[in-house]
Design a protein around this ligand. Sequence first.
Ligand SMILES: [Zn+2]
Length: 286
Amino acid sequence: MQDLIIHGVAIPPGKRVSFDIPLPSFYTHTPVPMTVHAIRGRRDGPRLLVCAAVHGDEINGIEIIRCLLRSPALRGLKGALIAVPIVNVYGFVRQSRYLPDRRDLNRCFPGTDKGSLAARLAYLVTAELLTICTHGIDLHTGAIHRDNLPQIRTTFTADATTETLARAFGVPVILNADIRDGSLRAEAVQRGIPCLVYEAAEALRYSETAIHAGVRGILRVMRALGMVPAGLVGGPCRSRSSPARPSGSVPLRAASCGRWCPWAPRSPGGSCWGWWRIRSARTKSR
Ligand SMILES: [Zn+2]
C-alpha cells in the first residue's frame, strides 16, 4: 500500500490518528495548533479531504466533521478520510470570518511560505493536505444573518466526476457558482482534484438541519466514491426528482417589518424536500 504521511506523521492502514500541525503563533507567542484527524482503511482507495471553518465564524462544518468522525460507516473505510474541523483557527477564536489582518483565507490559496499570515496558512493547507488528497469537500455557511438553503456550489461546466459527486451529496440545490480566484476550490480544481463546496445555514449559529444534511451528504459522496459500504450509509436521498440547478441566487427578505419565519413544515418523506417546499413557499409569498 502507498504511504500516507501528513506533516511527518505516518498513518498506518486500518488506523485513526489525530494530531496537531503547528501554525504561526499569535503575536502574544501563544501557540496555535490546527488539529487534523486522519482515518485510513485497510485497503487503498480515494483520499478525501473534508475541511471546515476556512471562514472562522462558519461553525456548522465543525459539528458536521465531529458527527462524521463518529459515524459507524467509517468502520468499513476504503482509502483515507482526512478531516480538518477548524482551518482558520485565528478567525474561529475571534468569531470572525477573517484572519487578524482582515484577510480572507479563501482568497489566498495556494499561498506562499513567506507571505502574510493568510498566505502562510493557505500554503500549509495546500502543501500538507491538498496535495496528498484525490477529492475534497469544503464546508461553509452563509454570512452572519444570511441563512442559506443547503446547497452544493459548483460550476455547471465542471468535470463528470464533480457532477456525479454533487448529485450524490443529495441536497435540494446545486448552484452554478463561478470559481473564485484564490479559493481552496480553485486551487483544488487547478490541481485536477474534484472539490465540492457545501454551503448551508448561517454563520455563528448551529443549524441541526444543515448539519444533518451535511453529514449525510458527505457519507453519500464517500459511498459514490466506493469508500464506505452502501449498507452502512443508508439509502440515497429520498428526493423524488432531480435537484434544482439555478444559475444564480438572490436573498429573500421580509416584505414588511415584524418577525418573519421562513420555515414551512417538513414533508413526511424526508428533510431535503422539506427545504425545497420552503423555497417554493417563500417564492410564492413575494
Ligand atoms: Zn465561507
